[in-house]
Design a protein around this ligand. Structure first.
Ligand SMILES: C[S@@+](CC[C@H](N)C(=O)[O-])C[C@H]1O[C@@H](n2cnc3c(N)ncnc32)[C@H](O)[C@@H]1O
Length: 249
């Protein structure tokens, strides 16, 4: 199965709101260069470029793409409606595991923070290889298991371990899965953590992850724990672990 996971359907199928709320916390990143700009500098951008699971298209709102033949896809109707406002992009609604493109259609394929939402990432990677021309490049970004450790611990402390549970495609197993369909896999880490100065962005992030909303008691518990940490350290620190993996078809 290469369809979106049940979690991805709940998170993204009918609204862009959860993704937008979740991305907002990265404004408190400790790297002065934001993730999209860092990623854009490293992408092999030439000719025909496909992004699968493109979400709201944030990458292409920040990275210049004039001169490219850019195709953006996502399984979610809500995301595709938003992608339609990316200047110069062609938008197709489809799942990453069954792309409506003939073999060798693209010079570069990007899968940014989306393969962990696919039931069978190995099969999806084979599909991405199929639509790349021989010698074409793939760029895949994902997180490691330690990503957002402090937020996961926060969830556990308030009795909501369901809020953050990374699984599937990670910085640990990603290179091996990519190597099964591509050659010359390279891994680069984006150096950044979060230094969050107040509780609101943390509650917004946790809320975006929750299928069941946080109760009043859980919100109060988060406020207490975060306030204590900020009083001691000045900020609430959160570890990030984000990697970019590139390879050749
Ligand atoms: C975490 S968001 C990342 C969005 C975008 N790539 C970014 O980094 O801003 C994951 C996106 O993948 C999409 N998605 C999840 N599973 C998918 C699948 N099997 N096929 C296509 N899109 C999928 C979701 O709808 C969502 O927009």
């Amino acid at each position: 199965m290469t369809s979106p996971s049940a979690h991805a359907v709940r998170q993204y199928a009918s609204s862009t709101g959860r993704l937008t709320a979740r991305m907002a916390i990265h404004a408190y990143g400790t790297n002065p260069q934001d993730w999209f700009s860092w990623l854009g500098e490293r992408l092999p951008l030439a000719g025909r470029v496909l992004e699968v699971g493109a979400g709201t298209g944030e990458l292409w709102r920040r990275v210049r793409h004039d001169g490219l033949e850019l195709t953006l896809t996502d399984f979610s109707a809500a995301m595709c409606a938003r992608l339609a406002s990316v200047p110069g992009a062609r938008v197709r609604r489809c799942v990453a595991g069954a792309l409506p493109f003939v073999d060798g259609s693209f010079d570069t394929v990007v899968a940014n923070h989306m393969l962990y939402h696919v039931d069978d990432p190995a099969a999806a990677l084979r599909e991405l290889a199929r639509v790349l021309r021989p010698g074409g490049r793939i760029a895949v970004a994902t997180n490691g298991l330690a990503h957002m450790t402090e937020l996961r611990e926060l969830g556990t402390r308030i009795g909501r371990p369901d809020l953050i549970a990374w699984r599937g495609f990670t910085a640990g197993n990603g290179p091996g899965l990519i190597a099964a369909a591509f050659s010359g896999v390279r891994v680069e880490e984006y150096p950044a953590d979060l230094a969050v100065p107040s509780v609101a962005p943390i509650l917004a992030y946790l809320g975006s992850m929750a299928d069941e909303p946080l109760t009043e008691a859980q919100v109060a518990a988060v406020e207490g724990i975060v306030a204590e940490r900020i009083a001691a350290d000045g900020v609430f620190r959160v570890r990030k672990h984000t990697v970019l993996m590139t390879a050749t078809r």
